[in-house]
Unconditional design. Structure first.
Length: 273
């Protein structure tokens, strides 16, 4: 089995005459935790939308586990093993936290409509399995105490965790996290760093992370891609990225290398960019 899980080759997405991303190349191996950073408007979420079938590439190819994904629908990509969260949280706000996770867990359901309507033994067994998956994931994400609360009533940080739990319920191999720390306070961000590392290990995941918080990115990512004006301008380990003149100029700021580190990782970072 090849170690390569995701391969993006010369992918371009145009909207009319505007190229949101232009001839980008990315490769992610199984088990990696990779960051995708860049200024606002650089095209990061467009990349996620291309990977998950929301957009179809104008040019180039996307292979996931050796399979060409260019024309696949979002539900087909989720079934293949790729799941995501969103920059702007997209929960079923009127449903409970548990029901949000159960909806996602149904993706792996082998029970047909007729069986469900007739409440066959197979249907009942499936319901028990879905409930078990939901309860286990809520426990992993420390959401068991709010399992029966409406998703829309949860605090912002809890909604972020619930969205990750819902993504995990589809049993992904590649998890795409779009700004998971957005809106969180400093302690919540520290907890999130530990949580991402835990679920990566416990669920045998590969993770691609979009994030603006450099303390988080530099603290947990093994490699980083930097996107600017729709193009990849740098790729490498955090220690290399933080010293790259192009990255400093485009995104990190000239003062970036002069700030004392407080991450314990040896990197000098700013908490906010």
């Amino acid at each position: 089995m090849t170690t390569r899980l995701l391969e993006v080759k010369h992918v371009t997405k145009r909207f009319g005459g505007l190229a949101a991303v232009s001839s980008i190349n990315m490769a992610i191996d199984r088990g990696e935790l990779v960051g995708l950073i860049g200024p606002n408007g650089a095209g990061k979420t467009t990349v996620f939308n291309l990977l998950t079938g929301v957009y179809v590439p104008t040019e180039g190819t996307i292979h996931f586990d050796g399979r060409l994904m260019n024309r696949c629908k979002p539900y087909q990509i989720v079934r293949a093993g790729m799941a995501r969260t969103f920059q702007n949280i997209r929960l079923f706000r009127q449903l409970t936290a548990r029901d949000n996770v159960k909806v996602a867990a149904q993706l792996r359901c082998r029970c047909g409509l007729i069986s469900s309507l007739c409440r066959t033994p197979r249907s009942l067994a499936n319901d028990r399995q879905v409930n078990q998956i939901a309860d286990e994931l809520l426990d992993v994400m420390n959401l068991q105490d709010v399992a029966d609360a409406r998703a829309g009533d949860l605090a912002y940080g809890l909604q972020r965790r619930l969205e990750i739990a819902r993504a995990l319920a589809t049993r992904p191999r590649l998890l795409l996290l779009d700004e998971p720390a957005a809106g969180m306070n400093p302690q919540e961000k520290v907890d999130l760093m530990a949580l991402i590392q835990k679920i990566r290990r416990d669920f045998d995941l590969t993770v691609l992370l979009i994030e603006h918080d450099m303390k988080l990115v530099m603290g947990i990512c093994e490699r980083i891609y930097v996107l600017d004006y729709g193009q990849i301008i740098a790729e490498g380990a955090p220690s290399r990225i933080r010293r790259d003149p192009r990255v400093i100029k485009a995104y990190l700021g000239e003062e970036y290398g002069d700030v004392e580190s407080d991450t314990g990782t040896g990197f000098s970072v700013r908490t906010e960019v």
